[in-house]
Design a protein around this ligand. Structure first.
Ligand code: MG
Length: 236
């Protein structure tokens, strides 16, 4: 009996881990498919408190310091407040130190509670996905402007599908999924504003390029908080 068990164990150990599928992935429902990585999901933000990022995210700003960003020349010098940072007009854009390809970006922003100006002059900033596009940041709550320049527009490319703006001074979110260009195929971008889809796989340029997150100084003291990026892997 012992010999029999030993023979079975030896046979199991000698067997290949995965059956031969001629170099292809096992079928989708096969028990041999690689197990996806286990992560801890994040938590939702409230007006008072930013949520927690998923456990596999690269944290670009957690409320404490601007180490994840830089100005073109030297460290980022925008004003850091209690859990947020604020554009300092006239200092120029800031750029993430890290580059990304396929990725999920979460970023929260608030235009000034004290409303000044109108149109493009009211709470203007921008979330640049490298050289692909600017996802416009603007106070678009009861503030008319040209549609290609309102909040959530891919500036100069297309207006958003809807206007999902909240009141000035309140926190709003962008969740942006970037599919980088490759093999001659264009990059694509999906944008959710406050959980609402504004763009769905909208095609951008087809130049294969890593991208850095750039935040625009358009002369208005717009605030940002809770910025993180998850780098997306290919399916296993
Ligand atoms: Mg802008």
């Amino acid at each position: 009996m012992k010999q029999c068990i030993a023979a079975i164990l030896a046979a199991l150990c000698a067997a290949p881990l995965h059956a031969d599928h001629h170099g292809k992935k096992p079928p989708a429902n096969s028990n041999e498919r690689a197990r996806p990585e286990v992560i801890t999901p994040g938590t939702a933000s409230t007006e008072k408190r930013p949520g927690r990022a998923p456990s596999d995210a690269v944290i670009l700003f957690d409320g404490t310091g601007l180490d994840g960003f830089a100005h073109k020349k030297g460290p980022a010098k925008w004003k850091v407040g209690d859990g947020y940072f604020e554009v300092v007009p006239g200092t120029g854009e800031i750029i993430s130190r890290q580059s990304f390809g396929d990725a999920q970006l979460h970023i929260e922003w608030a235009t000034p509670a004290e409303v000044k100006g109108k149109g493009q002059g009211r709470g203007n900033s921008g979330v640049f996905i490298g050289n692909y596009c600017e996802v416009q940041v603007l106070d678009s709550f009861q503030n008319d402007t040209y549609p290609g320049g309102q909040a959530g527009a891919l500036y100069g490319k297309t207006p958003p599908l809807v206007n999902a703006a909240r009141k000035p001074g309140t926190w709003q979110s962008y969740d942006i999924i970037v599919h980088a260009a490759r093999d001659g195929q264009p990059a694509r971008i999906t944008v959710l504003h406050n959980g609402v889809v504004l763009h769905h796989a909208f095609p951008l340029g087809n130049k294969d390029q890593p991208w850095q997150l750039r935040l625009q100084d358009h002369g208005n003291p717009v605030r940002y908080r809770n910025i993180w990026v998850r780098e997306l892997q290919d399916y296993k």
